[in-house]
Design a protein around this ligand. Structure first.
Ligand code: NAI
Length: 486
């Protein structure tokens, strides 16, 4: 068995070296080859915009497994996040993260005797993380948020399968479907649909803002929460805060062919190179990797030794009892390695097990699979939302657009999302970006894309069009959101 290995940037190499020392000491590398691959900042710096070499891609695809350290992503401009790219190109669609109270890691909850132990399953490749962004006018930029039915189905099914395997009895879906009725609405609708295949598991849904408060007030009420990508990202860091910080948050990015194991935290540039980073998150991620490949014995030995060390006060400077010495990364791992074979005494130990390498490297598909949830539906074009870059006010814009639509099958029905025309409030500020909704006139007969494009042509003679969306019905139901007040 081969595992591709990328140490990462910042604290990455420090925590990776330490983790591998421990893994070797635990005997987890018998029959396993680690294959170093080039990924991260050094590759970006050479002008390779994917942040990874062709050889790295080929190795990861052949292995089907990647153990990676955190990698730096420029903020604002610069190359796309390599972490997001890796998850997307290899379709690692579900991000499983475990947050639990650990002995010796003092938090307001552990001090109050509250034990936290839950999983977040974050959808990993859709949502705003497509990074499809455009500047639409002088003052306005947009990010497109795409949620698909097959993508939602896949992550929900993974969550329920994992819950079933771990004996988790209740799964929550976090969302914002009260506001984003179509995108989060679809994510929630598919959660309910997939849940029907797991009748023994109780389900509930929770709006993400309420979820954040509930997690702070009563985290013990959750066992597994499945969330869309961005919300899952944010709630994960909140969850890490409940159990002692990012240093204790492991993750597995699971795909049908390729899976990536990494800490939730980033490169921690503020402490990089000092040898003081907490390696627990990467160690816990490596334990997830060991279980994934069938090395249950190694996983149990590592987890028990780590728990025993933590409860005996072994710590790095970012956590634990300040009366006990803060160890550097390497010394911390040495102390854990010395406790291999020990069991925790304050909480349950992981039962002993044996290693059986069961993971099979993936067979490379011939082509990308086309996935579909819904059968073909009858669709009709009933209108178009046309987005304009225009600095004039609505009093000028509305009659001009009405006049451009004269003699076409379309009539202007509203301007903007929070309507400013034909009705609206003077308190609604307007910027230089407008949505004009045109709908089919009652007497227009059947219309289609061609008529919509003709309308665009006519509008383009006078205005700058930033983008447009066709308004379509699917089996008679509108496939678009209504504006406020519509
Ligand atoms: P960060 O997670 O690197 O750091 C946030 C804070 O947590 C810092 O104060 C840091 O010192 C502390 N911290 C993080 N890990 C720690 C550890 N193991 N031990 C002790 N303290 C630790 O987040 P930040 O600063 O927002 O991001 C830095 C860089 O990391 C950025 O380029 C970002 O894009 C990248 N990043 C990469 C990720 C990945 O590779 N999966 C995930 C998150 C961020």
């Amino acid at each position: 068995m081969r595992i591709a290995l990328a140490s990462g940037d910042g604290i990455g190499p420090e925590i990776m070296d330490a983790t591998l020392d421990l893994l070797r000491a635990a005997g987890g590398l018998h029959g396993v080859d680690l294959v170093p691959v080039e990924m991260g900042k050094s590759v970006f710096d050479r002008g390779e915009t994917r942040g990874m070499t062709d050889a790295a891609i080929a190795t990861v695809e052949a292995c089907g497994l990647l153990l990676k350290g955190p990698m730096e992503t420029p903020k604002g401009g610069g190359g796309k996040s390599i972490n997001v790219t890796a998850r997307k190109i290899w379709n690692a669609f579900a991000n499983l993260r475990h947050f639990r109270t650990l002995p010796g890691v003092m938090t307001p909850y552990s001090r109050s005797g509250i034990s936290v132990d839950f999983f977040i399953v974050r959808e990993n490749i859709e949502d705003t993380y497509g990074g499809i962004e455009h500047r639409l006018s002088n003052d306005v930029v947009q990010c497109k948020r795409l949620i698909s039915a097959p993508g939602s189905d896949a992550v929900h099914r993974f969550a329920f399968e994992t819950a079933r395997r771990l004996g988790i009895k209740k799964v929550h879906c976090g969302h914002k479907a009260n506001i984003m009725k179509m995108t989060d609405g679809l994510f929630l609708e598919r959660f309910k649909a997939v849940a029907a295949d797991y009748p023994e598991i109780e389900t509930a849904d929770v709006i993400v803002d309420a979820l954040c408060m509930n997690l702070v007030m009563k985290p013990q009420q959750y066992r597994m929460i499945v969330l869309p990508n961005l919300q899952g990202d944010i709630v994960s860091d909140l969850a890490a805060g409940l159990v002692g910080g990012l240093g204790f948050a492991p993750s597995a990015n699971i795909g049908n062919h390729i899976s990536i194991f990494e800490a939730v935290h980033g490169t921690a540039p503020d402490i990089a190179g000092q040898g003081i980073a907490n390696p627990c998150s990467l160690i816990l991620s490596t334990i997830m990797l060991m279980r994934h490949i069938g090395n249950m014995g190694t996983a149990a030995r590592l987890e028990n030794a780590l728990l025993a060390s933590l409860e005996q006060g072994v710590r790095t400077g970012d956590f634990g009892d300040a009366a006990k010495p803060a160890l550097g990364t390497m010394e911390f791992v040495k102390q854990v390695a010395q406790r291999l074979g020990q069991k925790p005494t304050l909480g349950p130990a992981v039962p002993d097990a044996e290693d059986h390498l069961t993971f099979k490297p993936p067979v490379k598909p011939f082509a990308a699979a086309a996935v579909q949830t819904f059968g073909t539906r009858e669709t009709r074009v009933v209108g178009a939302d046309v987005y304009l870059d225009a600095s004039e006010g609505v009093a000028t814009l509305a009659p001009a657009l009405e006049s451009l639509a004269t003699g076409t099958p379309w009539k202007l029905t509203l301007i903007r999302g929070t309507q400013v025309w034909p009705t609206g409030s003077v308190y609604t500020d307007c910027v230089d970006y407008w949505r004009a909704r045109f709908e089919r006139r009652a007497d227009a007969g059947e219309v289609g894309q061609a008529q919509a494009l003709a309308l665009l042509q006519s509008i383009a003679s006078k205005y700058t069009i930033c983008s447009y969306e066709l308004l379509r019905t699917f089996d008679g139901k509108p496939g678009f959101s209504m504006a406020q007040g519509q």
